[in-house]
Design a binder for this molecule. Structure first.
Ligand code: FES
Length: 123
């Protein structure tokens, strides 16, 4: 029922952990199941140079978290911000319909992390 990309990112998640001196942190919870993702980003010259995550959630949420960190590393903030949950799911070779809500976590945590970075950068 899961694609091989989902299984790969679930079994070998990329970029797990935290960045203690992160420039932006985004936390997003999924109200339907209570799962939570925390995303850390490092930003240089308006580009995401590093990303790590901690996710307490289902296999699909872990695969989504892992994939989104891979997708955003090296990307300009504006491009990263435009990534939708559908794009993440597509990169993972699709998610079963009942697991599509799990892809919210990644895109929403990312938007929050970027917002947090912008707030801090202004301060
Ligand atoms: Fe909670 Fe997937 S069941 S994020």
């Amino acid at each position: 029922m899961y694609s091989k990309e989902v299984m790969d990112h679930f079994m070998n998640p990329r970029n797990v952990g935290e960045i203690p001196d992160a420039d932006g942190v985004g936390v997003e919870g999924n109200p339907t199941c209570g799962d939570v993702m925390k995303l850390f980003i490092k930003v240089e010259d308006d580009r995401i140079v590093d990303a790590k995550f901690q996710t307490f959630g289902c296999g699909a949420a872990i695969a989504v978290s892992s994939m989104i960190t891979e997708m955003i590393k090296g990307k300009p903030l504006e491009e990263a911000e435009a990534i939708s949950k559908e794009q993440v799911a597509k990169q993972l070779g699709g998610l079963p319909p009942q697991k599509m809500h799990c892809s919210n976590l990644g895109a929403d945590a990312l938007k929050k992390a970027i917002e947090d970075y912008r707030k801090k950068a202004k301060a």
